[in-house]
Design a binder for this molecule. Structure first.
Ligand code: CAA
Ligand code: NAD
Length: 300
């Protein structure tokens, strides 16, 4: 059986930089790839900042932090992933770019390597079929922030071999996370329940059930959630939430899953949430405040 020593991560955004960090902390050599050189630099800088913060808090030895950082190499070239034993994809939540990427990676990465998608909701087998190695293809679904959240869903597509699932599970255990196995049904376990909840929160706001602050306070104080749903939607990224809801709608055809009109408009405005500075909240100041422009948008 292949042993995993070197892990490739494609996409250095919110999820990719975290997956690279936890993989390096687990002792793997990591190659982090982003098509956009500025996004790659930002991802690597985030890893450095989080490692420095862990050292400051006394949670990590300075030497271990330096060794972790030294295990991560950045690249913008697919050829940089050639020797990876496992490649995890964390690019945009749309099927076309993912399918195109897997065809390109099949040509660039050694044939025995395992490929894994971190998709929130899209078909794993559709990606596997485009990868040239459908038996060596699985889903590994991390949660945001990957450095903190304990769970990784291990997704078996109908084409996945036992060996690929076993290797994916071993990798998850070695990085100190808890694997759960699930099937290739849109949303898997967590998002099957979480995405409809977040979409309902957006629709509820659109219908006027409460203000942004009150909807969030209600779920924090009334249901014990660590973040209100509109804060969480901004945290996940409204482009990602939109893509995940579309992916689930495409599979289940349940109108409840269709992205609400407000989500369409916010995505079109480039209001992606925390990562772009504006979403349900304005994140550009010291503390997030409800986005003052949104009521005007809601009345459109
Ligand atoms: N990146 C890395 N680490 C982070 C972080 C981030 N963005 N935000 C917080 N942390 C770390 C902090 O450094 C801190 O670490 P230490 O304990 O080692 O010091 C720890 O998390 C706790 O942080 P805070 O005390 O500042 O804040 P908190 O107690 O409010 O926790 C939180 C922050 C963990 C994010 C918490 O608010 C939470 O659990 N929120 C819900 C997150 C969630 O539901 N994630 C799943 C999203 S859905 C998804 O991921 C699937 C999908 O496909 C869309
Ligand atoms: P993001 O927008 O923060 O980052 C995506 C990165 O991918 C960007 O840096 C972009 O430059 C890069 N990229 C885009 N196309 C590329 C390509 N063809 N080749 C190389 N790099 C490319 O997105 P994210 O939030 O990190 O989400 C990434 C994936 O992880 C999505 O499939 C998403 O559904 C999934 N996911 C997201 C979350 C979340 O909470 N945000 C949680 C779990 C899973």
């Amino acid at each position: 059986m292949t042993q995993i020593g070197r892990v490739g991560v494609v996409g250095a955004g919110l999820m990719g930089h975290g997956i690279a960090q936890v993989s390096a902390q687990g002792g793997y050599d990591v190659v982090l790839l982003d098509a956009d050189a500025a996004a790659l630099e930002k991802g690597l800088a985030s890893v450095e900042k989080l490692l420095a913060r862990a050292v400051e808090k006394g949670k990590l030895d300075a030497q271990d932090a330096a060794a972790t950082r030294a295990r991560i190499m950045g690249t913008t070239e697919h050829a940089g992933l050639a020797d990876c034993d496992l490649v995890i994809e964390a690019i945009v939540e749309r099927i076309e770019p993912k399918v195109a990427l897997w065809g390109q990676l099949d040509a660039a990465v050694k044939p025995e390597a395992i490929f894994a998608t971190n998709t929130s909701s899209l078909s794993v087998v559709e990606q596997a079929a485009a990868s040239g190695r459908p038996d060596r293809f699985i889903g590994l679904h991390f949660f945001n922030p990957a450095q903190v959240m304990q769970l990784v869903e291990v997704i078996r597509a109908i084409t996945s071999s036992e060996e690929a699932v076993a290797l994916g599970t071993q990798y998850v255990e070695r990085i100190g996370k808890t694997p759960v196995q699930t099937k290739d049904r849109a949303g898997f376990i967590v998002n099957r329940l979480l995405i409809p909840f977040l979409v309902d929160a957006v629709r509820g706001y659109e219908e006027g059930i409460g203000s942004i602050a009150d909807i969030d306070a209600a779920l924090r104080l009334g249901a014990g959630h660590p973040m209100g749903p509109l804060t969480l939607a901004d945290f996940v990224g409204l482009d990602t939430l939109f893509g995940a809801a579309e992916g689930m709608f495409a599979e289940f055809r349940d109108p409840r899953l269709a992205p609400p009109s407000l989500l369409h408009k916010m995505r079109s405005a480039g209001w992606y949430g925390k990562k772009s500075g504006l979403g349900f909240y304005d994140w550009t100041g010291e503390k997030p405040v409800p986005n003052p422009g949104i009521d005007a948008l809601r009345r459109v």
